[in-house]
Design a protein. Structure first.
Lengths: 267, 176
């Protein structure tokens, strides 16, 4: 099957619209599962249509989720407690009182039990929700990690280790430099948190003569979970350095505050 | 892959999955419904019904039949069309014949400063008149290829290839 021809025939667009017959649709679904390039194409078509139709929405509909969620059909709600039948006995008034009292006690106990159960149930639900949240977070973390791995594994990426300097001998950082995409990923996990009002600034250096060029700041350092920052680096860098600078960065590096430094291995 | 997992969770009745699905598709669905109904309040009602239906009917969705997006789209278009055909819908239907999604985008560009007007304008400008019609019929109104071909007096094959070129243009605008 000529996949390129298949893609350019226009059948995939009709497929996403839902304009094909059921039989044709099933056929496309089958092809899509077999050829990743067809799937990628369909996903792009879908994304374009999703964006276009979103633009036609009069406003954002996020706020409706709460009222929709209330109406979601769940398993039928707990059955109403059935009333205990009271037998009609024409005894003395005393027994009537006694019966009502018993019934009252019974109802009270019953009510308490239901309340306990209800509390247990809602605690259980909260626990479940929490678990789900944790799982979702873990999954998100895993996805982020995968993305990072993909960056590092790229064949055009060169890793440059940056060693701690006088001010911070314990500090350490790595630059993953993608020379094709002119992007430098700074892994700053082992840099100490910058003091208030200060920010790390990353420099690309060329030797002879020594010329530093700023490639960016590690903004929001504390808030960044993975401490990996991506910066544009179109320079012919021979080395990288990170200095501590006043907020907003500096024109030229403050050499006394040079935290880490490393040279690019010649290829 | 991730999308598949999400849909599976939805089918298992997971409310969190439902929320994510809502987040992913509600705006687009709202756009489709609104382009057919043209009344914000009624469109919101229909949108709610559509998502309740998505929740209830999710187990019946199968990726063998088509995309999840398409499945949602069908539910939305059908619900919106049912609504305008219903007796309690008293809007002026005459407008609907000539109007399409382009007017909505144009109206949004003219009257609203909040939305990304330049972005919207780009879509409108990028699409040739015939593209606007093709996309309106096939996507927003859910016509079949044959119905579109008759409506536009265009051979069946041409509908398919022309539309492909239109979507290509749109993709260039949307996906950088």
């Amino acid at each position: 099957m000529d996949i390129q021809k298949y893609i350019s025939s226009g059948i995939l667009e009709l497929y996403v619209y839902g304009a094909l017959s059921e039989k044709e649709s099933r056929e496309v679904s089958r092809v899509l599962k077999e050829y990743p390039e067809v799937k990628a194409e369909v996903e792009e078509i879908e994304k374009a249509l999703l964006t276009l139709s979103s633009a036609a929405a009069p406003n954002n509909a996020e706020h409706l989720i709460a009222s929709i969620k209330k109406k979601l059909t769940k398993s039928p709600t707990a059955t109403e407690p059935t009333e205990t039948p009271v037998r009609k006995i024409n005894w003395t008034t005393y027994s009537g009182w006694a019966a009502s009292l018993l019934l009252l006690i019974g109802l009270f106990v019953f009510f308490n039990r239901t309340n306990d159960l209800r509390e247990e149930l809602s605690a259980e639900r909260a626990r479940n929700a929490q678990m789900e949240e944790q799982i979702a977070n873990a999954r998100e973390d895993a996805e982020n990690a995968e993305e990072l791995l993909a960056v590092i594994r790229d064949k055009d990426v060169q890793r440059v280790p940056l060693k701690g300097q006088n001010v911070a001998p314990e500090a350490y950082a790595s630059v993953y430099w993608n020379t094709q995409e002119n992007t430098a990923y700074i892994d700053a996990k082992d840099l100490p948190e910058p003091p208030r009002g200060k920010v790390y600034q990353v420099w690309s250096l060329t030797m002879q003569p020594l010329t530093p060029t700023s490639i960016g700041l590690l903004d929001d350092f504390e808030a960044d979970d993975n401490k990996v920052f991506s910066l544009k680096n179109p320079n012919q860098s021979e080395a990288f350095g990170i200095t501590l600078e006043p907020e907003g960065g500096s024109e030229a590096p403050t050499m006394e505050q040079l935290y880490v430094l490393g040279t690019v291995a010649a290829l | 892959m991730q999308q598949d997992a999400l849909i599976l969770e939805l089918q298992n009745g997971n409310e969190r999955a439902f929320e994510r699905i809502y987040h992913l598709y509600s705006e687009s669905t709202y756009g489709i419904i609104y382009s057919i109904i043209r009344d914000e309040t009624i469109a919101e009602e229909v949108l709610q019904d559509v998502f309740l239906k998505i929740w209830d009917k999710a187990p019946s969705y199968s990726s063998d039949k088509g995309r999840f997006f398409t499945w949602v789209l069908n539910i939305a278009r059908n619900a919106a069309i049912d609504k305008i055909r219903s007796k309690d819908f008293k809007n002026d239907l005459q407008n609907l014949k000539t109007d399409n999604f382009v007017d909505i985008l144009e109206a949004k560009t003219n009257f609203s400063e909040a939305v990304d007007s330049i972005g919207l304008k780009k879509y409108i400008d990028a699409l040739k008149p015939v593209c606007k019609k093709l996309i309106d019929y096939l996507f927003f109104k859910g016509y079949t290829q044959k119905e579109t071909s008759e409506e536009l007096d265009m051979p069946l094959g041409t509908v398919k290839t022309r539309n492909r070129a239109c979507i290509d243009n749109l993709r260039k605008m949307v996906i950088k």
